[in-house]
Design a protein around this ligand. Structure first.
Ligand code: G3H
Ligand code: 13P
Ligand code: ZN
Length: 306
């Protein structure tokens, strides 16, 4: 199987991005892989530390190992937001393809030091490393209106040179979770362009890229949910980041969670006599697969890029 840097280079050249989809259960992983195979697209299957705690790292590795054998699509196992050297080293040792060390909350020099330590360890074993600079804040965070949490382009250049990371997650206005914007959704493409001027053809990553489909929100709210008024990033904006910039990896978790939950609420509501989890989980799998297929085809442009 071709390595991740082959796809990052191809993505920059051809204006597509790899979907980096989070999973916390077998159903979601299978849906991601089936969608990737159907669309002949490379894909990154991502686990956060929380997801690892929930599933157990050996189950994660075994499931993805099986998926790689079973599906005719390049599937890369990635550690999302690794918080420590120890966590990243464990993922490397267990056979992950790629790890993210997220030391973005630390002062610049400490972020460099920790990230470089992970890079030195991972690269010896051929594992890719993503770093983060700037903070991907949400409306619930007090820093959300503060310019200083965006990635500083000059620091981005120094960070990449000093650490040797393979890709960099940048903060240009996206945030994690379902409540990203109070008013109009905006991304700082000016900052993205400045980063690209300092780091030509370097693979950039956009976290917090869920679009938060309002149909799912309405479905969940009308069937007993209480999500209020969540708001995501307009897919048109993310599409610009992919096709006109060097963003080669798009992180999506919330959209899959919404699709999953909407399907479970809906099947349980329409089949109150059912108590077989396979039935409502099948509906969840189908919904998640449809979302991943949609993202690959209409947002990521990664169809037939395997
Ligand atoms: O970036 C965060 C991902 O959505 C993972 O979230 O830590 O709740 O698994 P989690
Ligand atoms: P969303 O919450 O927008 O799906 O972002 C997920 C993410 O960035 C995972 O690292
Ligand atoms: Zn993230």
């Amino acid at each position: 199987m071709k390595k991740l840097n082959y796809y990052f280079k191809k993505a920059i050249k051809n204006g597509f991005a790899l979907g980096a989809f989070n999973f916390s259960n077998l159903e979601t992983l299978v849906s991601i892989c089936q969608a990737a195979e159907k669309a002949n697209s490379p894909v990154m299957a991502c686990v956060s530390e929380g997801a690892i705690k929930y599933m157990g790292i050996d189950f994660v590795v075994s499931m993805v190992k099986t998926a790689k054998k079973q599906y005719k699509a390049p599937i890369f196992l990635h550690l999302d937001h690794g918080q420590s050297f120890e966590m990243c080293a464990l993922a490397v040792d267990k056979g992950f393809d790629s790890v993210m060390i997220d030391a973005s909350a630390l002062p610049f020099e400490e972020n460099v030091k920790l990230t470089k330590r992970v890079v030195d360890y991972a690269h010896k074993k051929g594992v890719f490393v993503e770093g983060e600079l700037g903070q991907i804040k949400g409306i619930e965070d007090e820093l959300s209106n503060d310019e200083n949490h965006f990635t500083n382009p000059l620091q981005a250049q120094q960070f990449v040179q000093k650490t040797g990371v393979d890709s960099l997650a940048v903060a240009i206005g996206t945030s994690h979770g379902a409540y990203k914007f109070n008013g109009e959704a905006k991304l700082r493409f000016d900052i993205l362009s400045e980063i690209e001027a300092k780091l030509p053809s370097f693979p950039l990553v956009l976290h917090g890229a869920s679009s938060v489909n309002q149909d799912f929100v309405n479905q969940i709210n009308s069937l007993g949910g209480a999500l209020g008024k969540p708001k995501g990033v307009d897919e048109k904006l993310t599409h610009v980041a992919i096709t006109k910039h060097n963003v080669v990896k798009i992180n999506i978790d919330t959209d899959l969670r919404m699709a999953f939950t909407a399907a479970v609420r809906s099947t349980l509501a329409t089949n109150p006599q059912n108590f077989d989890p396979r039935k409502y989980l099948q509906a969840a799998k189908d919904n998640v697969q449809q979302v991943v297929e949609h993202k690959i085809k209409n947002l990521l442009n990664s169809k037939n890029m395997a």
